[in-house]
Design a binder for this molecule. Structure first.
Ligand code: UD1
Length: 367
């Protein structure tokens, strides 16, 4: 059924982990009559390898507005997004603002929408690490508190929201939208794609990613993690696409020699990276998204953090939270090699989350 008058939805994306969450939602809403979709790119990430390549690979439309905010302290980055996004909202008068994930752009756009009393939807609502040292945790709490529609990836997220007093009618369990993107691109993700940069054999190598400030901004913690990585690299090739923050810290702390024997690359595009993770023997990471992707792929994952906001990847999937001490990481690695970690795909991580979200939005805009 069509919506009576044309309604405008503004999607906000700004940093690398946002693009694969926005794409399936835009795609699912495309055929819906009476909806005008606009994409705003905040520019929190701006390198070709961190942003531009994702637009091309994921078939995202060219952004209607580029806010160009760039890097900065949390306050500066948040404020710049708010100032620029407020102008967009005043000009476009959207009927719904959609934010995804937990980056600074997510929270900044949410504050703007809430202050202008524009309905706000949060995709990937309800995740909690209960660790306020993690800037994303603050972003999640604020965004969820302000959102009118909370689209959750798993039941634990619903439970978190209900425990915080969110009215149940605002919560919609829709599954994990990122898995839509993963399933769609998996058949393109072959090792041949990356062979010019990384010569590894199927299931005989590990993939490492590190970028959390709590890990890489502290020399001692970073060094402890790299000591464990060297041990892993003595058993199998380790491929490490290096995030810009991490590259800067490696240089600042003089830690490059600690990576002798590790295969370093620039940050990879979405499909190239999926080529590596889907063929890896195991993954070591402090990323949130990669914990989920490895669970969807059934690949063992060692999470190099003290906590996770994605517990379903541990209770159902192939993820183990091993912390950041050298001995604990090495012991997790040995267990992963010695035993087969069976996981199952969590409920509704089925590639159909985009269409479920589109139905929630349609219903909301029609009412
Ligand atoms: C941000 C998100 C984090 C997400 C991560 C994925 C917040 C609070 N953090 O962290 O949740 O997991 O993105 O990558 O929103 N830089 C570049 N080029 C770029 C982007 C960044 O060189 O395109 C460098 C800059 O030196 C910058 C640093 O990386 O200062 C960190 O970038 P920033 O966006 O502040 O945080 P991330 O660590 O990327």
């Amino acid at each position: 059924m069509a919506i009576a008058s044309v309604k405008t939805i503004i999607h906000v994306a700004g940093a690398r982990p946002n693009y694969m969450k926005v794409a399936p939602v835009i795609e699912a809403l495309r055929p819906v009559a009476g909806i005008r979709q606009l994409l705003v790119n905040t520019g929190q990430h701006y390198d070709e390898s961190m942003a531009g390549s994702f637009f091309k690979e994921l078939d995202l439309p060219r952004p209607d507005r580029d806010l160009g905010v760039g890097s900065g302290t949390h306050a500066v980055q948040t404020a710049k997004v708010m100032m620029a996004f407020e102008e967009v909202c005043l000009a476009e008068k959207p009927d719904l603002v959609v934010v995804v994930g937990d980056v600074n752009s997510t929270m900044a756009a949410s504050l703007v929408a809430a202050k202008l009393v524009i309905p706000l939807a949060h995709v990937e609502a309800g995740l909690r690490s209960r660790d306020r040292y993690m800037p994303e945790e603050v972003n999640r709490i604020v965004t969820d508190r302000l959102a009118d529609l909370l689209l959750t990836p798993s039941r634990d997220a619903d439970d978190n929201l209900l425990a915080e007093g969110t009215p149940p009618e605002k919560i919609h369990l829709v599954g994990n939208v990122m898995i839509d993107t993963l399933r769609r691109h998996l058949r393109l993700a072959t090792l041949d794609r990356v062979r010019d940069r990384v010569a590894v054999e199927d299931k005989r190598f590990a993939v490492l990613t590190l970028h959390r400030p709590s890990n890489v901004d502290n020399r001692e913690t970073f060094g402890d993690i790299l000591a464990a990585v060297r041990r892993v690299a003595s058993e199998m090739p380790v491929v490490f696409p290096v995030h810009p923050r991490t590259r800067n810290r490696l240089a600042e702390f003089g830690l490059q020699p600690a990576l002798d024997g590790v295969i370093l690359t620039e940050p990879l595009g979405y499909i190239d990276f999926l080529s590596l993770t889907s063929h890896a023997r195991l993954v070591l990471t402090d990323s949130g998204g990669l914990q989920e992707e490895s669970t969807a792929l059934g690949i063992p994952c060692l999470t190099l953090r003290e906590n996770t906001e994605r517990p379903v990847t541990v209770t159902h999937g192939t993820n183990r939270v091993v912390g950041v001490q050298t001995a604990d990481i090495v012991s997790g690695f040995e267990q992963a090699l010695a035993t087969k970690w069976e996981g199952k795909i969590p409920e509704l991580w089925d590639g159909q989350t985009g269409p479920r979200i589109a139905r929630v939005f349609e219903e909301f805009l029609r009412s």
